[in-house]
Write a protein that binds this ligand. Structure first.
Ligand code: IYR
Length: 220
């Protein structure tokens, strides 16, 4: 027997045609989302970032352990420290640590080791995965941590887009420097570094297309 209290849960019944329209609208809305590597420095209120993080925190997780921490950095001095440390790692990545095939695969995106957006974007959200929890000094297991934190990060990106803002899933590697700069405990490992802000007036993105339904799905 489950030793949890169960409570009723209801969702409104939607007609098939309304459901088709809603799902189409949501797809079209999300299809407008793009990763941006350039940001306006226009401020974004802390309240918006709080709501975005709350949305990410609604993601499902293994045994409902919610094994995530979101650190939002708006402080210029800390953003600068993060930029310097990230660029140090990325310089090494782009100058020897990444394979030629990888560098070729990245060429269409125009990425390089320089990451000015880490100082320009009004907020950096750093997602940490908690590989275990600590309760009253005792280690507690978390389950499916990567899956859970990946899901929460997806929710985070869609909440950012829904708020009219843009983001980048930046992956400086290795990124342990984030744990040090942000003084996170031993059980937390950086997962993604996500700059958030307005798109600048002169924003440009690579001319990409998405895979077709037939390429990404099979129906039986
Ligand atoms: N971490 C590097 C390289 C990079 C990796 C992937 I996967 C990208 O989609 C883009 C870049 C960087 O952030 O520049």
């Amino acid at each position: 027997m489950a030793d949890n209290n169960f409570i009723p849960y209801h969702r409104p019944q939607i007609s098939a045609s309304e459901m088709e329209a809603l799902s189409q609208d949501y797809y079209e809305k999300m299809d407008e989302r793009r990763s941006l590597r350039m940001f306006s420095d226009k401020p974004v209120s802390r309240k918006v970032i709080e709501n975005i993080i709350l949305t990410a925190g609604t993601a499902p997780s293994g045994a409902h352990k919610q094994p995530w921490t979101f650190v939002a950095v708006g402080d210029s001095e800390i953003k600068k420290q993060i930029r310097i440390a990230a660029e140090k790692e990325e310089y090494t990545n782009y100058n020897g640590r990444m394979s030629d095939e990888w560098l070729d695969d990245l060429r269409p995106f125009g990425t390089d080791w320089e990451k000015p957006f880490l100082e320009i974007a009004p907020w950096l959200i750093i997602v940490f995965r908690k590989i275990y929890d600590v309760e009253e000094g005792q280690k507690k297991n978390n389950y499916y941590v990567n899956e859970s934190v990946g899901l929460a990060s997806g929710f985070l990106l869609s909440a950012i887009h829904n708020a009219g803002l843009v983001s980048l899933t930046h992956t400086p590697s290795p990124m342990n420097f984030l744990r040090e700069i942000l003084k996170r405990p031993d059980n937390e490992r950086p997962f993604l570094l996500i700059p958030v802000g307005y798109a600048p007036e002169n924003a440009e993105v690579p001319d990409l297309s998405r895979k077709k339904l037939e390429e990404i799905s099979y129906f039986f």
